[in-house]
Design a protein around this ligand. Structure first.
Ligand SMILES: [Zn+2]
Length: 343
């Protein structure tokens, strides 16, 4: 298995941090493959679990350390940290390719740089680093972006389906291109001024008491989080609140400042706070949520007692049984504190 070690050393020589990843191993009987880790077949992402404790955070370009890893695990798949030398556009098979083609039917979106066929039937197109973190390009299904803090498997890693990762266009065959502008537009964090959709219930709702109550409740929940669940709680609570920022009920900067302050106060690491908030913000802003009908209606009824009815709201908020935002049907973004490589 020197090919794996040689490849790992080759990536490291280019400045790409490398780490070892579990590999597909034949199950007893020899009929099918499973992850070499002891987690069992029910675990997601077989043959993509890191062999080192901190996953991509342990990735290195140190040839000595890489040599020790692959001498210990000669069959280890090769995981690479993205966001350092390259970012990767992760196209998840034909469905992802179709989404790209639909998005750029005039072939604006060429993939001229290094290109990997993943062992699972998809593609990784490598680009120069953008400085952005992991995020799905807005509006593109089955397509993902692996940037700062992210990771991918690289040739000649093997996929649990039996296929191998291979170069369709190698690193020596094409320079790393800049991300096409049309794609970059889908990746850039959305500024609140451009993403705020039509306010659910009108301009008088900015800084709405309901939004304030949600913010206070989620900050309190974060304050109560146990050390083990702090980062996850930050992610979940901030996601909920940013959804109200997206609908104009709360101020973006104020929310970020409040969560940062509380997260630091409960002992979270500043870098982790930044990453988690950024991820929660991106997801929250993409999923605006207005005042639930019950709360909106009672507030409106109170107003009606003092003045005549104003124009009806443009978009009726979804009814909700309780005033507490449940986030139903919309799960929080994955936390950024761990990473297993993409297909
Ligand atoms: Zn595994």
């Amino acid at each position: 298995m020197t090919a794996l070690l040689d490849a790992a050393l080759g990536y490291a020589a280019r400045g790409i941090p490398v780490y070892p990843v579990h590999w597909p191993r034949l199950l007893p009987g020899g009929a099918s493959l499973a992850c070499s880790c002891p987690r069992g077949p029910s675990w997601d992402r077989p043959a993509k679990h890191p062999l080192v404790r901190h996953g991509v955070k342990d990735a290195t370009t140190d040839p000595g350390r890489i040599g020790r890893w692959w001498r210990r695990w000669p069959q280890a798949n090769v995981g690479l940290a993205t966001g350092v030398v390259f970012d990767a556009l992760d196209v998840d098979g034909p469905a992802g390719l179709a989404a790209l083609r639909q998005f750029a039917p005039t072939a604006d979106l060429r993939l001229p740089g290094p290109l990997v066929a993943t062992g699972g039937g998809g593609w990784h197109a490598w680009f120069r680093p953008t400085g952005l973190g992991n995020r799905p390009p807005r509006g593109l299904a089955h397509v993902d972006w692996r940037g700062r803090g992210g990771c991918v498997l690289a040739p000649p890693s093997r996929h649990v389906s039996g296929g191998s990762y291979r170069w369709l266009r190698g690193l020596d065959q094409a320079p790393l291109p800049e991300v096409p502008a049309v794609l970059r537009d889908l990746l850039d964090p959305v500024l609140p001024t451009t993403t705020r959709p039509t306010r659910t219930v009108g301009p008088d709702m900015a800084g709405h008491p309901y939004g304030r109550r949600v913010l206070a409740g989620e900050l309190a929940a974060l304050g109560r989080a146990t050390p083990r669940h702090r980062n996850h709680t930050l992610n979940r609570c901030a996601f909920k609140v940013y959804r109200y920022v997206a609908s104009g009920l709360l101020d973006d900067a104020e929310v970020t400042a409040a969560f940062t302050q509380t997260a630091l106060a409960i002992g979270l690491d500043p870098a982790e706070v930044g990453r988690t908030l950024a991820s929660a913000r991106t997801a929250g802003l993409a999923n605006p949520r207005g005042v639930p009908l019950v709360a909106w209606w009672s507030a409106r009824s109170r107003r009606w007692r003092s003045r005549s009815p104003s124009t009806p709201c443009a978009a009726s908020p979804k009814p909700s049984r309780s005033c507490r935002p449940a986030g139903a049907g919309c799960s929080p973004p994955p936390s950024t504190d761990s990473c297993s490589p993409r297909s």
